[in-house]
Design a protein around this ligand. Structure first.
Ligand SMILES: NC(=O)c1ccc[n+]([C@@H]2O[C@H](COP(=O)([O-])OP(=O)(O)OC[C@H]3O[C@@H](n4cnc5c(N)ncnc54)[C@H](OP(=O)(O)O)[C@@H]3O)[C@@H](O)[C@H]2O)c1
Length: 345
């Protein structure tokens, strides 16, 4: 009789202990999720400061003392980076491939900001060899640079299986997104280092455009996806190396933005204009936005940030189902593009 009672009591205690343990684990998980939601809210709604962030690399607003260099500056997101930096007192070195476009942009900026300087540098990022790298390093050493915006990028003309991607296309993507970005960055860092060392109040910035195409491995955009994933790790790894020179690195993650590359003209809740997007980048410089799980990285636009956060927290960015949905999304874009092409013939 006593043995039976003891058994029942110990069963009861076990039940209470295991349900308490379960409740405790549940409580910790809820607390952790709540902490992440609060961090997302703080990143997106409280910590951002457009004017203050842009002053860090310029020392004084509207001074036109220091320089930024923007690659792929004549269109889309790069053009908007250039305009917003110029409006905040940065001289801008304009780097892209088309001389006439660069000259027109430089003249327009000079008219709008007569105190500023907007030198041009013509470079086809498809062919950046050692000689070109040395030439650029020689050019930029004459300017007190504090900011480099690695914006230039190329994606596939339409979503295409890797097996059918032409060698010309995948080589161009790697040459522009990876080789040129590394060569330009290596040419520019010594100038930024020197400028920052000359003024104790200054910091330097190397900002690189990443993509949701790499956040979620993207079928039918395999080379683009891989090239941007390369930039993600390269930028994060370099971050630690450059902090001792007071140079920040920031990898910016973006879902679609209206531009020639995305072939989307109308903005929507999930697809901002370059102007809205770049404003969010500068507002959230060195904040995570929705990229809470990775350092020196930001998903700055609010709806992209919520999208990134939800996929990461609910499934994980490398989840197979997320990958299947991504595949179907790109397949439908490919089918529409092929139909459009067929009509044009
Ligand atoms: N748009 C999006 O939805 C989206 C999403 C995620 C990430 N991104 C990234 O954001 C960055 C900018 O994209 P975007 O949509 O603004 O691109 P975009 O509208 O196609 O503009 C590209 C810019 O790069 C220049 N460029 C192109 N090829 C070049 C080359 N071989 N050498 C030198 N300059 C060259 C272009 O010059 P020209 O004027 O002479 O053509 C133009 O100024 C890219 O890195 C892209 O991967 C874009």
């Amino acid at each position: 009789m006593i043995g039976l009672e003891n058994n029942l009591i110990s069963k009861y205690i076990n039940q209470i202990t295991s349900s308490k343990l379960l409740a405790f684990v549940g409580f910790i998980i809820i607390l952790q999720k709540l902490y992440k939601v609060i961090r997302l809210f703080l990143n997106l709604c409280v910590l951002g400061n457009y004017n203050k962030n842009l002053q860090v690399y310029n020392n004084k607003d509207k001074s036109y003392k220091y320089y930024a260099l923007v690659t792929g500056c004549t269109d889309g997101i790069g053009l908007e980076y250039t305009k917003q930096l110029a409006s905040k007192g940065y001289n801008v070195i304009l780097l892209s491939r088309t001389q006439e476009k660069l000259e027109t942009l430089s003249n327009e900026l000079k008219q709008e900001y007569p105190e500023g300087n907007f030198p041009i540098y013509v470079l086809n990022c498809k062919n950046v060899d050692e000689e070109e790298t040395a030439k650029l390093a020689n050019f930029v050493k004459n300017y007190p640079l504090t900011v480099l915006i690695n914006n230039v990028g190329l994606s596939h003309s339409i979503p295409t299986p890797f097996l059918e991607t032409t060698q010309e296309e995948w080589r161009s993507i790697i040459d522009i997104n990876c080789i040129a970005t590394l060569a330009i960055t290596q040419s520019v860092i010594p100038s930024i280092k020197k400028t920052v060392a000359s003024d104790p109040k200054l910091r330097g910035l190397i900002l690189t455009m990443g993509s949701f195409g790499a956040l979620f491995p993207s079928p039918l955009l395999a080379t683009y996806s891989g090239s941007k994933a390369f930039l993600q790790n390269w930028s994060m790894a370099m971050n630690r190396e450059l902090l001792k020179y007071k140079i920040d690195t920031n990898l910016v993650l973006s879902y679609l933005v209206t531009s020639k590359m995305s072939k989307i003209r109308r903005s929507s809740l999930l697809i901002p204009t370059p102007k809205q997007f770049v404003r969010s980048v500068f507002t959230n410089l060195n904040n995570h936005g929705g990229a809470l799980e990775r350092y020196a990285t930001s998903t700055p636009y609010w709806s992209h940030a919520i999208y990134h956060f939800l996929v990461q927290e609910l499934f994980g960015c490398y989840n197979g189902m997320v990958n299947l949905i991504n595949f179907k999304f790109h397949l439908s874009i490919r089918e529409r593009a092929l139909k459009k092409k067929a009509k044009q013939i």
